[in-house]
Design a protein around this ligand. Structure first.
Ligand code: ADP
Ligand code: MG
Length: 502
């Protein structure tokens, strides 16, 4: 009996011992995996670093590339496109105008009424719809008929509101958020699609003509009287309200900027025919590239798998379309190299499934248990992860958004440097002491809705410029500025009032 008891005790001790060993091994394996994940995060942080010195190098590189793009066609990755806009709206415009805006994710239609004073600007109707994904890969006919039919519905809704004594043609500005080589203020050909649009056989087509054709087919008496890049619309809107506005930047699905340049600095254009001595230049800065950009393996993968690889490198680091996908790629890598996210989720492997809206929602989740993070991860097929893993996800969002915002700030500072408003004494001004008030109009869903992005960008811009200069630079956020601004620009480009006031 005694021997049996001893043997049983010994066996129990062996079992307990081996269980403990298994648990210790598991814990060690768990720790190793956690260390691996922390290593991936550390690598990401290092690869995304944007210290002030590096940002200043970016500022210089952007100013140099701007210059190169102004000297010759194809002289830089920055296309520095002429817009033929030399006079910006100032508040004295009159009449009723329409604008239709094709963005990367949304299209909008608006109608504005202008009474000759800033304060009398009336935005009478605004419609905003998501662009169906099927349209992005359709044909030019389908796309433009869709836009024309949307405009037709908008006009029909006006009903008797637009009861004019004499039949008058409606005048429309077409705000177009893709690279166009303008041939006049009302015409221009598509250079290429960006932001996931891939409608074949459209490059080289006149965009305003395409829309006009679709409107005519539907018997609509509307004239496409201006073709306006969205950044130029935003600058027009900014200038209408504040004449110190000299540049505009859009941070939406994609990113781009334009600014007011002296015509004699636009060397590639022999005869710019402007009366004001300056012209708005559409930089198409999404295509900016420098070997100094902090690029990670995730950026490389994203680019390689994109429809437009080796193109739009800057946009792919700062555009709302892409930030979510960079974060998704980091989480996927972590889930492949450890089990902290549970079994690898097939949803997580789907490109663009994580939207930037969700990145900001996770980043700005202020619940103690990070419930929003848990909810979004669940949608990605990752459930029940512990709090420390949720915190890790927030950190990934922070690293990716902070890099984007700081690079965006360097872009703005690059423009200020080019026009001599960065306090360095370069560019146009020789006197270092006099700083003029400078307004940069900013719009786009990313900037307007992502508070952390906005705060990081504003902070970085102040750091780059220094307090003395930054106090003269105003970044003004605007909603729907690019659409309304295009209508204002159309109004200011018309010498006669086309539609009587209603
Ligand atoms: P578009 O690019 O069509 O002109 P917007 O300027 O409204 O449209 O930008 C839309 C983009 O802005 C979205 O695709 C998304 O990337 C980004 N965005 C919108 N809302 C948020 C948000 N809450 N947080 C982060 N990004 C957002
Ligand atoms: Mg836009």
């Amino acid at each position: 009996m005694g021997r049996v008891l001893v043997m049983l005790t010994a066996a129990a001790a062996v079992v307990a011992c081996s269980m403990a060993t298994v648990m210790v091994r598991r814990r060690m394996k768990g720790r190793r995996k956690w260390r691996r994940v922390v290593g991936i995060l550390k690598d990401l942080e290092e690869a995304c670093e944007t210290p002030l010195g590096r940002l200043r190098q970016m500022v210089d590189a952007i100013a140099v590339e701007m210059q190169a793009g102004l000297v010759s066609e194809g002289g830089s990755k920055l296309k520095m496109l002429l817009t033929f806009v030399d006079d910006l709206p100032n508040g004295s415009e009159r009449g009723t105008y329409y604008a239709l805006h094709l963005g990367g994710s949304y299209f909008r239609i608006i109608k504005v009424h202008l009474g000759g004073q800033r304060s009398s600007l009336e935005v009478q109707d605004v419609e905003r719809h998501s662009i169906p994904t099927s349209l992005m890969n359709s044909t030019s006919e389908v796309l433009f008929d869709f836009l024309a039919s949307s405009l037709q519905r908008f006009i029909e809704k006006e009903g008797n509101d637009f009861n004019l004594s004499q039949p008058v043609k409606r005048e429309l500005a077409f705000t177009f958020s893709f690279p166009v080589k303008q041939t006049s203020i009302s015409s221009g050909v598509l250079i290429k699609w960006t932001k996931g649009f891939a409608i074949s056989e459209m490059a080289g087509e006149d965009i305003a003509e395409c829309l006009q054709g679709a409107l005519n087919k539907r018997g609509l008496d509307i004239r496409v009287a201006a073709l306006v890049n969205d950044t130029v619309g935003a600058l027009s809107f900014g200038h209408f309200h504040d004449p110190d506005t000299i540049a505009a930047v859009v941070f939406g699905t994609g990113s781009n900027a334009c600014y007011l340049e002296r015509t004699d600095a636009i060397i590639k254009c022999q005869n710019p025919r402007t009366t004001s001595g300056s012209m708005v230049v559409n930089m198409e800065w999404g295509n900016f590239w420098s070997s100094r950009l902090p690029r990670t393996s995730y950026d490389l993968e994203l680019d390689a798998e994109s429809m437009n690889s080796n193109d739009m490198g800057f946009e792919k680091m700062i555009g709302g379309m892409y930030l979510g996908d960079i974060v998704r790629r980091v989480i996927l890598r972590m889930s492949q190299e450890s089990d902290i996210f549970g079994p690898i989720s097939s949803i997580l492997s789907t490109p663009f499934v994580l939207r930037t809206n969700s990145v900001s929602a996770m980043h700005e989740d202020d619940t103690s248990e990070l419930q929003e993070v848990a909810r979004i991860l669940k949608d990605l097929g990752v459930s029940e992860v512990p709090l420390k893993v949720r915190k890790l996800v927030v950190k990934i969002c922070d690293v990716v958004a902070r890099r984007a915002a700081r690079l965006a700030a360097a872009g703005i500072a690059g423009i200020l440097k080019k026009v001599g408003r960065d306090g360095s004494g370069g560019g146009r001004r020789s006197d270092k002491q006099i700083m003029r008030r400078t307004v940069v109009a900013v719009e786009g869903g990313l900037y307007l809705n992502y508070r952390m992005f906005r705060e990081y960008m504003d902070e970085a811009l102040r750091d780059i410029l220094g307090e003395d200069v930054a106090q003269h630079v105003v970044v003004k956020a605007m909603e729907d500025g690019s659409t309304i601004g295009s209508a204002l620009l159309l109004a200011s480009s018309q010498s006669v009032q086309t539609i009587p006031s209603v």
